[in-house]
Design a protein around this ligand. Structure first.
Ligand code: GLU
Length: 304
């Protein structure tokens, strides 16, 4: 036990390295996610015009898109600390959208934005759109617009492999559970499982760090995110129980830019039909062990 703790503490001290190489143990998954040659190449629609969208018009003048994302979510949105390059399923979605809007995906400037800051970033015009495990819900729709959904996740729990008492949210009473501030999983635990001791950080990677050093008993967020962390360090962590919510992932846009939202919905549908969506999924999130599902129906709600 003591030895396990020491090993875990050593691993946690080098969390990024742990996630990358699981402390170099044999049979560990490779350091990086998708290999560039396995990813689809998205054809840039150079003739595309969207004068009705103020966001698109400004980006066209600027010459590139600014896209908000996550940088520490395995297989979804990861930033290589050495190169600054972002990769993952969310990043691929962002690139597909860029190509359809007439911008070469290579020119995208990604900006890392935490869960709690997404609405303000879109409202202040810091980014043109956001792709980062962003659940569509009615409360957020009052503040921002959503294209999609492009994926359906569900809330889950991540624990250490030596944990046997937590098998679902019903077991969280008196346990310390970590989530990201401003996230729907955080809000659900606060509302539905008040006996859990809830801790919030800006990111899930900090929560995972705390899990590995026995500061918290569980991490909660979407299964898609947790499976990625578990896949990178399978000897240390496991996802338990069944998903206990529905988290439809949307592309966040400024609320009043209906033209951009409609164009993104069309672009998403086209990429689902031409096979890009599936190829992108298999080369990214698919690596955490999830087979490519059928994408959820797009919610084309009327102009706001
Ligand atoms: N999908 C959830 C949310 O949008 C959790 C993941 C996240 O924080 O990005 O709140």
């Amino acid at each position: 036990m003591l030895r396990t703790r020491r090993v875990l503490a050593a691993c946690a001290g080098l969390l990024l390295a742990v996630l990358a190489a699981a402390c170099g143990k044999e049979g560990s998954p490779p350091v990086k996610g998708p290999k560039p040659e396995q990813l689809p190449v998205y054809k840039v629609d150079t003739a595309f015009r969207l004068p009705a969208s103020p966001t698109w018009t400004k980006a066209k003048k600027r010459g590139y898109l600014r896209v908000g994302a996550k940088e520490d979510q395995p297989y979804l949105g990861e930033k290589d600390p050495a190169t600054g390059i972002y990769s993952g399923f969310d990043i691929e979605i962002a690139k597909m959208m860029s190509a359809s809007l007439g911008f070469d995906p290579k020119t995208i400037r990604f900006k890392t934005i935490a869960s709690a800051n997404r609405e303000t970033a879109l409202q202040n015009g810091q980014i043109d759109y956001y792709v980062g495990t962003y659940t569509i819900n009615e409360m957020r729709k009052k503040l921002v617009g959503f294209a999609g959904p492009y994926y359906m996740a569900g809330q889950g729990l991540l624990v250490r492999t030596d944990e046997h008492d937590i098998n679902g949210p019903q077991d969280l009473a008196g346990k310390t559970v970590c989530s990201a501030a401003g996230s729907t999983p955080y809000q659900r635990i606060a509302a539905d499982y008040p006996k859990a001791i809830l801790v919030a950080y800006d990111t899930y990677s900090i929560c995972v760090d705390n899990l590995l050093t026995y500061q918290v008993d569980a991490v909660t967020t979407d299964d898609a995110i947790l499976l990625g962390f578990a896949a990178k360090a399978p000897k240390e962590m496991k996802v338990v129980g069944k998903p206990f919510s529905q988290e439809p992932y949307g592309i966040g846009v400024p609320r009043s830019d209906n033209a951009l939202r409609f164009a993104l919905n069309d672009a998403l549908e086209a990429n689902e039909k031409n096979g890009n969506w599936k190829k992108a999924f298999e080369a990214t999130l698919g690596l955490s062990g999830v087979p490519a599902p059928k994408p959820p129906p797009i919610d084309r709600y009327p102009a706001t």
